[in-house]
Ligand binder design. Structure first.
Ligand code: ACO
Length: 317
């Protein structure tokens, strides 16, 4: 498998920490020190499906392909306006594609789970060109009265087009059922027969536990893949890590002992945009001309579940 195109889109409404100070008991200083986040883009008048389609079109253009060339679409999404149909069905129509599609929910690790699924399809020769779209609006999962969670998230979409190739060097996925540290439940319709108690609340997160698990699992996954491929940390051009929190990114970098320049970040501008974070950051690096053919890249992400995914790829363009 190889990546041949990337795209990303962020909503137009940028919310600074100072704007949050106006309705939350918080400060720019607290948010910056604990998370590194200065602003985040959140959905206002846009629809997530439109952001996703725009990101997908940019990735297709970057790959030199059209929607008709795509044999399969994988959309990574945790929440959007629809429970059904899948977001990927809506995106397919808006793109003018005709291939089958599927949605996956591996939370913030969704991009790497999607890469893994795509590689399987390519290896089985069931598809030649696959579009991965990660589209997320976590701003609609949090209570905007809860300063512990709403300051952390932003919305956005990132996409990648992959095709046959030998550039996926190693990949590792894990799930460890740890469901009470980070979850969000949606209200279901009542029925005449429901006699159990049902409580729905906005996103619940035990921040410190998430923090520890994120750092430990990401370091474990990356070290495992480096060993597996006989690569040294310094052989990697960029560590493209999940953009949840600058302190998590810095801790992972310190544990791995890698140079600051090798760990790009944009969490300060976008907050945590869940599974869209990785393809959006990759797209930034790609469009800024920072990636050369043959560069080795590590991707690593963690999310609710707990899910983790990491891989090492060689840049092919
Ligand atoms: N402004 C001011 N004070 C705040 C804010 C805020 N925005 N949020 C919390 N506080 C207060 C708390 O109420 C608490 O006050 P108290 O001591 O009076 O009770 C105090 O700050 C300390 O709170 P902690 O939660 O202990 O703060 P901590 O240092 O752990 O930082 C944070 C919190 C930033 C959430 C941290 O735990 C973290 O980054 N965790 C990981 C979160 C994350 O990455 N989640 C998503 C990952 S998975 C995915 O992407 C889906």
């Amino acid at each position: 498998m190889k990546i041949i195109g990337t795209g990303s889109v962020h909503p137009k409404c940028s919310v600074s920490n100072e704007m949050l100070e106006k309705f939350l008991e918080t400060t720019d200083e607290w948010i910056t020190e604990r998370t590194g986040i200065k602003e985040r883009c959140v959905i206002s008048s846009e629809k997530l499906e439109d952001l996703a389609t725009e990101a997908a079109n940019k990735a297709l253009e970057n790959a030199g392909l059209t929607a008709k060339d795509i044999d399969f679409i994988i959309c990574s999404n945790v929440v959007n306006e629809y429970v059904t149909p899948a977001l990927s069905c809506i995106i397919q129509g808006k793109l003018g594609a005709t291939c089958p599609t599927v949605d996956i929910n591996a939370a913030c690790a969704g991009f790497i789970f999607a890469l893994d699924m795509a590689e399987d399809k390519l290896q089985c020769k069931k598809a030649k060109n696959i579009l991965i779209v990660c589209a997320e609006e976590p701003s609609r999962m949090v209570s905007w009265k809860n300063r512990s969670t709403c300051v952390l998230f932003g919305d956005g979409a990132g996409a990648a087009v992959v095709t046959e190739g030998d550039e996926m060097k190693a990949i590792r996925l894990t799930t460890s059922s740890l469901t009470d540290v980070l979850y969000y439940q949606r209200a279901l319709e009542p029925t005449p027969y429901i006699d159990k108690e049902e409580n729905y609340e906005p996103l619940v997160m035990r921040g410190r536990e998430v923090f520890k698990h994120a750092v430990t699992s990401s370091c474990r996954d990356i070290r495992t893949l480096l060993n597996q491929t006989n690569l040294k940390p310094e052989d990697i051009k960029y560590y493209v890590l999940h953009q949840a929190n600058r302190r998590i990114i810095d801790s992972i970098r310190n544990f791995l002992g890698v140079d600051e320049a090798c760990v790009p970040h944009n969490v300060e501008r976008y907050g945590n945009i869940s599974s869209a974070a990785l393809p959006a950051l990759l797209d930034e690096l790609n469009r800024e001309g920072k990636l050369q053919k043959g560069d080795k890249l590590v991707f690593s992400a963690f999310g609710a579940g707990f899910t983790t995914g990491a891989c090492i790829i060689e840049w092919a363009k």
